[in-house]
Write a protein that binds this ligand. Structure first.
Ligand code: NIG
Ligand code: FE
Length: 412
């Protein structure tokens, strides 16, 4: 297949790289471009004027006229809780009236509310609801996704969630990665027996998950009132013994040693980071951990935004993700995430696009198949409506600039 008349082909890279500091704003693009797709994968690309040479050795191609669209690699959303049973707009109202996120959690709402609903829902109903959400975010340009468990909080329900994720993975629509987040909250029966719940995670959940090969990563909500840094380490060390690299919820509401824990554990990513001091920013910048920022969660909870500028300038590797979940970010729209990163966190459009594509891909280890326009990667592509510039994409927030999305070489 030949895609011709592309106004601009965005994030074209011969090789994968992680970008720190100033390098993050150098987004390689080809103007007046064409792209060749074969068997669902990117085969080649170049300038329109190179078209005769590019297509010389090809049998007749199906031609698609991009009509002046920008083409980007699909968003790589490396932090979601896409599998959940029910929305939580009652809490949304409580928050409007002044209740805090932790206040709601203390009342048995929040994550525990989602766990109760999920316990009641059948695996097939959960699967249907999650699949519908997956299709919706694909239409919004998401071409690879990480999904966490963590609304089960019992052996049976955590396994149920992870089996749903495994079934989504098996559909082979887009790359899907599964993260075990049994340590998302203490269930009520273990409110006063933290050691008992941690034993359940380590001795019951993890061996079963490993036996069925249900997870790629392990996560812990390291936060005051949830899991301490010590508990985070114990749980992750057990996960690492089963080959699960940590991706952690840290420093959302408080700073309790989560960054130190992430570094000690050689975590793949440290996510949230709304609450960061200078020392923590520098520690993270000096590591290989991907700092994954979730601006829509900060927006929805009316929190300060993570210090993206400081992290980038200090040399940290920054990714962007949606945190799609019913409690703190009931939207999986990565276009909004990218806009918000520019508007509220002062990321340049080029920086935000890198953070939401190739860095997101790294943050869930799908960089060999997604995250850039690179020969051999999946033809998972966003076709925009005609735009005057690349900056127009995050600038015109809330407007739908996505004309079409191609997944594995086919329009969805
Ligand atoms: O990433 N912070 C912890 N977990 C989720 C929210 C979970 C919920 O409220 O259901 C998050 O924001
Ligand atoms: Fe989250």
């Amino acid at each position: 297949m030949l895609i011709k008349n592309i106004a601009c082909l965005v994030n074209v890279r011969e090789e994968n790289t992680l970008l720190r500091g100033k390098a993050l704003s150098g987004l390689p693009c080809i103007k007046d471009a064409c792209l060749i797709v074969e068997a669902g994968k990117i085969k080649g690309y170049g300038k329109m004027r190179e078209l005769p040479a590019l297509t010389a050795h090809h049998s007749p191609l199906t031609v698609i006229d991009a009509n002046g669209a920008y083409i980007l690699p699909c968003w790589c959303d490396s932090h979601t809780h896409l599998v959940f049973a029910a929305s939580r707009e009652a809490e949304f109202i409580d928050k409007i009236k002044g209740l805090s996120y932790t206040g709601i959690a203390a009342k048995g709402g929040g994550i525990l509310n989602s766990a109760e609903e999920l316990g009641r829902m059948s695996e097939s109903a959960l699967f249907d609801a999650a699949l519908q959400r997956l299709h919706e975010v694909m239409k919004l340009g998401t071409g690879a996704i990480e999904i966490k468990s963590g609304y089960g909080l019992s052996v049976e329900a955590e396994l149920k969630m992870l089996r749903v994720i495994q079934r989504l993975k098996a559909l082979d629509l887009i790359p899907v990665k599964a993260t075990f987040l049994g340590a998302h909250a203490y269930p009520l029966e273990y409110k006063n027996d933290h050691a008992g719940y941690i034993r359940l995670i380590i001795d019951e959940m993890l061996p079963n998950i490993a036996r069925e090969n249900l997870a790629d990563f392990i996560d812990v909500f390291c936060e005051q009132g949830f899991f301490s840094a010590e508990e985070t380490k114990r749980i992750c060390e057990a996960g690492i013994r089963y080959g699960l690299q940590p991706k952690l919820h840290v420093n959302q509401l408080s700073s309790i040693g989560g960054i130190e824990a992430a570094i000690e554990l050689n975590a793949l990513s440290a996510d949230h980071l709304e609450t960061m001091n200078e020392t923590e920013i520098n520690m993270l910048a000096g590591s290989n951990i991907i700092a994954t920022l979730l601006p829509t969660a900060a927006y929805f909870l009316r929190m300060r935004y993570p210090p993206a500028r400081k992290l980038i300038d200090a040399g940290a590797i920054v990714a962007l993700a949606s945190d799609y979940n019913p409690g703190s970010s009931p939207s999986g729209n990565m276009n909004t995430v990218v806009s918000m990163a520019c508007i509220q966190m002062r990321m340049l459009p080029e920086e935000a696009i890198h953070a939401a594509t190739i860095h997101g891909a790294y943050a869930m280890q799908v960089q060999e198949e997604a995250g850039s326009i690179t020969a051999g990667k999946k033809a998972n592509l966003i076709f925009t409506r005609p735009m005057p510039s690349l900056a127009y994409l995050p600038y015109s927030f809330g407007n739908n600039l996505i004309d079409k999305v191609m997944i594995n070489g086919k329009f969805v």
